[in-house]
Design a protein around this ligand. Sequence first.
Ligand SMILES: [Zn+2]
Length: 454
Amino acid sequence: MMEASATPRRLWIRDPLAILAEGAGGGIVVEGTRIVERVAAGARPVAPVDETFDAGRHVVIPGLVNTHHHFFQTLTRAHPIAINKPLFPWLKALSTIWPRLTPEAFRLASRLAYTELLLSGCTTAGDHHYLFPKGLEASVDIQVEEARAIGIRAFVTRGSMSLSEKDGGLPPETLVQDDDTILADSERVLSLFHDPKPGAMVQIGLAPCSPFNVTKRLMHESARLAERHDCRLHTHLGETLDENAYCLEMYGQRPVDYLEEVGWMSARTWLAHGIHFNDDEVRRLGAAGVGVCHCPTSNMVLASGRCRTCELEAAGSPVGLGVDGSASNDNSNLIESVRHALMLARLSYRAEDVSHLDALRWATEGSARCLGRDDIGRIEPGREADLALFTLDELRFSGAHDPLAALVLCGAHRADRVMVAGSWRVIDGAPIGVDTGDLREAHTRLARELFGTL
Ligand SMILES: [Zn+2]
């Protein structure tokens, strides 16, 4: 009772080395879960504060927002059956061992991925989970529990596969569920966990895996369900030329025409990858407000191609960033992906057209827009206090002059402090409440036992 009526604690994060926010040279004030004030350089907060954190060694940016991942894949990183292959052969090879996933392994994989993301400065962790083998029917429940325990904001999408090899799809029979089972569970997890309100710590989206492993009926029905529950829709689209060829052969249409036919051309939808679109398709996606999660690291690992980030943004599509699953990245380091996004963009665009600030914007505000959120992704009064603070005291930063550019160009890897909803979740580079040594040991052991090749 006392807590409910108490005035929220006011914290001044003062005089940062640099901050990614206009007019905040003197820092920001956090009250409860939100940012309430930007303090100009040399000024003081307008009202008294309870606590001050001296950020003189820190570069402060909005907490990064991850919009695509597959946590379970942390157990099959750098796997010999899959490395050095493009998407379809990679997927077919891994699909032979993924049915061995257990609830215990999935829980540890989720804990590990959340922790890795958090340590890289990520405060909202999206995952696209589409494996529901027998015994793992409560996967979404596990991911929500783990997110709550760690204190990270989570965007869990209930993925699905319903088209197995015998029906012309890619996955084996053991990894698919029927449409009605998927839809019933989607409804269950939306009712249990989805919070559509600003400041939500857990949101649920619906995410049939891709055109090559679900039925069109499931796509249609998922769009209707999303409308009813006011949630987002997510899927893989336009990742490889093989996918375009598959869609033409299976459905007689290109992926974007498929998306339109199944009722997904809306601002409720964001896509993973979005690489192989022609000019007309980019225009149509932009006009509909469909978001695209760019996954630069994964696209390079699988030799998939380059996302047309600038054309998509110019057409009206929100563009965000994702690390993608850990069998095609093979880490969960989102600040590293910011650097990769900048480097990859420089192969397609003029140096003056894409800067480190654009790459940071994709990973923050752009990703937040993909998730349909305007309460995170920027440092401004009224938004949630989700922040990542980096120091520049490693050798890699020595001699750097512009602190914000240094973060991206010198290759920051680990945040020193991370705040989610006004609470510190990483202090001195260590996650609160997680023993990383124990976690790594248990996770490694299960990865070997379940997915080892010997
Ligand atoms: Zn993916």
